[in-house]
Design a protein. Structure first.
Lengths: 281, 170
């Protein structure tokens, strides 16, 4: 059986935290450049040009794209023929986050108790770790620094099974309209449909990892993504909410089977700085 | 000078501004209730809502873009009543803040969210002046040069968030 040492995991997570915060993925950069061409309002164009300049400066100067370097969301796909040695997996991931956020001069934004003792843990741990056991002997690690500005605009709603497509659309549009300029538009909208309460939330987050603007493989859902994007961009919110024709860059839906009596839907709003990086060990 | 600003105008700020966010605002309010002296006199000043990343060696400040202003809405009218003239953040404000700005002739400016590195290049000096234990939430005095903003709410009650949607909704 293939073995992997926790030291390797620590190092990988550390580097992913830093790189994800300093650089912007090519697909996102391309999409924002296209948005700049498409945007019709002058103020919207101005905002998009600043965003493009910021992406370039962050990369060049090795600085975080945004000061909210997020809580570290880690997606791990662990091959079942892989043996992790030298320590506990989750501790290794957290050590990687600790080192990455410290050595990369990233902001530590995690508090130990959400209400009573709002004390900063001072190293941005614990990370939020999602693990899946998959076939094979490899380890895939994705770090997604998730800021709160957009995350706070997100919601899970248990629709009635009979509500169908129309209410899914209404829910997504209601969330985007209500958040206006707060989540730093142009946004990416992750939608999870199906599963149950917690599964649809995770789906909506995983949907944000898809290549920006790449349509759903299922033509029905691809059509819904297209329609939602069109409707969202007719709301007029525009870049930073200052008015314009580009409010969202793309809508990504992920689905799963669900109970006959349920229609769980999660909307995870993501700002234009959709940061994530993956490595396969 | 504030009377010349109109919603939608692009402005560049040079001079002294103060950086603070959630926890510092909460403390300011407690101090005001207890009639204690605030760390700085807000009269005529500008507050920038930001919590920067730690500064690497050789830099005056880390990435320092705006945070969402709505979280500071519950504290803002009280500071405007004490003479605060401008706030800088991102996203729309609530009714109470907008009314207070109209009444006391203050403005709200928006900086581009998620453009922290561009904005940081306009910050020339940064000094923590209060609540150092709060880390990135401490109160800072910043010297800025041509710090770029857009006027979102002017003293006449114009609101770019409302106007923008009215103009571009299809």
């Amino acid at each position: 059986m293939r073995e992997i040492k926790t030291e390797e995991i620590i190092k990988a997570v550390k580097n992913l935290c830093i790189e994800a915060n300093y650089s912007t993925t090519t697909d996102l950069k391309d999409r924002i450049k296209k948005a700049f061409e498409e945007e019709q309002s002058d103020i919207g164009k101005e905002v998009l040009s600043v965003i493009i300049k910021n992406q370039e400066m962050a990369k060049k100067e090795k600085m975080p794209v945004c000061q909210d370097t997020g809580i570290a969301v880690v997606f791990a796909e662990i091959g079942q023929d892989l043996h992790i040695t030298g320590g506990i997996f989750s501790e290794a991931v957290n050590e990687g986050v600790r080192q990455g956020y410290t050595e990369g001069y990233l902001r530590k934004s995690v508090i130990s108790d959400p209400v009573f003792k709002r004390l900063n843990t001072n190293d941005n741990t614990p990370a939020i770790i999602h693990t899946d056991i998959v076939p094979g002997n490899k380890l895939s690690l994705t770090v997604m620094p998730k800021g709160s500005g957009a995350e706070n605009m997100s919601e899970v709603r248990m629709l009635r099974a009979s509500d169908g497509l129309k209410e899914i659309k209404n829910f997504v549009l209601e969330k985007v309209r209500g958040s206006g300029g707060r989540p730093c538009p142009p946004i990416i909208v992750g939608v999870g449909v199906g599963g149950n309460l917690e599964r649809c939330a995770i789906l909506s987050k995983k949907a944000l990892l898809r290549e920006t603007g790449k349509p759903n493989k299922d033509p029905n859902w691809a059509q819904l993504e297209k329609e939602l994007l069109k409707d969202i961009n007719r709301l007029g919110i525009g870049p930073m909410g200052l008015g314009g024709t580009i409010t969202a860059l793309s809508v990504h839906i992920m689905i799963e089977p669900c109970h006959i009596a349920s229609l769980p839907v999660a909307v995870n709003i993501q700002c234009h700085a959709n940061r994530h990086k993956t490595i396969i060990l | 000078m504030l009377s010349e600003l109109k919603a939608g105008d692009k402005v560049f700020i040079s001079g002294t501004i103060y950086a603070m966010r959630d926890e510092a605002h909460k403390r300011f309010l407690y101090m005001m209730i207890k009639n204690e002296k605030l760390p700085f006199n807000v009269r005529g000043q500008i507050i920038y809502y930001t919590g920067p990343t730690p500064e690497p060696e050789g830099r005056v400040i880390g990435s320092a873009g705006p945070t969402s202003s709505y979280r500071l809405d519950p504290y803002t009218p009280q500071l405007i009543e004490k003479g605060l003239k401008a706030t800088i953040g991102k996203g729309q404000r609530d009714r109470a803040v907008i009314e207070s700005m109209k009444k006391h002739k203050a403005v709200y400016l928006v900086a581009v969210g998620g453009a922290a590195v561009v904005l940081t290049s306009a910050i020339k000096k940064s000094t923590v002046i209060a609540f150092e234990e709060l880390g990135h939430e401490a109160v800072r005095i910043l010297e800025v040069e041509n710090f770029p903003c857009i006027v979102a709410n002017d003293i006449y009650g114009n609101d770019i968030f409302v106007r923008g949607i009215e103009q571009w909704r299809r």
